[in-house]
Design a protein around this ligand. Structure first.
Ligand code: UDP
Length: 335
């Protein structure tokens, strides 16, 4: 198939593009490079542009025969979404609706949608399954849920078949060492811990030590980015094979506390790391752990890299080899 991957220069997108190409799909990436990296797209055509640019999308979808879209392009930081909800609605809702409209005009029948555990809000039950109530507590989760709520209507009226994948904490790096996690600014736990290991930041700040968890720090479900990438390929193949629209969680089913992540990193890097405790981060639930039984049962998804050691070890290899992130090629974010 020829797949359009929006946001294919970003962290999860670039790993998925690599695996799509490995699986012999043809790929075109559309990315505005606001968060993505030109150097992360080595095996596909990259078009620099906005998903909100209706003309660009319509022209693209009318000139290139695309069979399916994987839609990653989005704003995805909880804290930022609380500060700038308008940007999140514009990008994640309006932008996605423009994309759906262009797909409808071009008659593209399949969509794999990048969703999030943030749609659930404060958990009332752990592990979280797909039928857990979805009551987001921030605009990021709310905007992803808004699109998920539109999709069944598009299916009913226009026959658009979709699979929505709700990620828990994406982590780790390409086991081949070609791709990794680079955000500017970095806010995610594992890359921040590794930056401390590299001496780029003086210490790890652990947000909160008074949560109702065994060691008082937050528990999260870390899932390797290559396992996430594989799930997108399974979802595409399922849609092409006639599967009905569906929503799936993607997680490990195992929770690790912030302190456990730091300790596992200390083992991988072979030295103790300086750390301090600071106040809770606003909006962090104590525990988020997925039940991913549904996608294992229905699409036979099997995570292969998602034990904590492998996640940290692959990420550490990337960070050691690329301490400054991706090489800056041509026009890049911040230029
Ligand atoms: N965290 C932390 N210090 C940091 C960054 C994150 O203690 O410098 C904690 C954060 O409070 C959360 C967990 O690590 O409990 C994972 O946070 P991250 O931002 O990586 O992912 P999120 O869970 O927000 O998607």
């Amino acid at each position: 198939m020829h797949i359009l991957v929006t946001g294919g220069a970003g962290y999860i997108g670039s790993h998925t593009v690599k695996d799509l190409v490995k699986a012999r799909h043809q790929v075109t990436v559309l990315d505005n490079l606001s968060k993505g990296w030109r150097a992360a797209v080595t095996k596909a055509r990259l078009i620099e542009g906005e998903i909100t640019n209706q003309r660009l999308l319509c022209e693209l979808l009318q000139t290139v025969k695309i069979n399916a879209v994987i839609h990653f392009a989005a704003s995805s930081l909880v804290g930022e979404s609380m500060q700038c909800p308008a940007d999140y609605y514009a990008n994640n809702v309006t932008g996605s609706l423009i994309l759906l409209e262009a797909m409808r005009e071009a008659g593209i029948p399949y969509l794999v949608f990048s969703s999030t555990a943030a749609v659930y809000g404060e958990p009332v039950e752990i592990p979280i399954s797909e039928d857990h109530p979805a009551i987001p507590t921030n605009p990021y989760g709310a905007t992803k849920l808004a699109l998920e709520e539109a999709l069944p209507w598009y299916y009913q009226a226009y026959g658009l078949r979709y699979i929505s994948l709700r990620y828990f904490n994406a982590a780790g790096a390409d086991p081949d060492g070609e791709l990794g996690e680079v955000h500017e600014p970095e806010t995610h736990l594992i890359p921040l811990v590794l930056k401390t290991a590299l001496g780029q930041t003086p210490e790890i700040k652990i947000f909160g030590r008074d949560y109702p968890t065994p060691d008082g720090t937050c528990v999260r479900d870390y899932i390797h980015v290559t396992d996430l990438a594989q799930a997108h390929i399974l979802a595409l193949e399922a849609l092409a094979g006639g599967a009905n629209p569906s929503i799936y969680n993607l997680g490990n089913g195992n929770g690790y506390s912030v302190l456990e992540v730091v300790q596992a990193t200390e083992k991988v890097v072979g030295k103790p790391l300086p750390k301090t405790f600071s106040r809770r981060r606003v909006g962090d639930p104590a525990v988020l752990v997925a039940s991913a039984e549904k996608i294992k049962r229905e699409l036979h998804w099997r995570p292969c890299y998602s034990d904590l050691h492998t996640i940290i070890e692959t990420a550490w290899r990337w960070h050691q080899k690329n301490p400054l992130g991706y090489p800056k090629i041509g026009i890049y974010p911040g230029s």
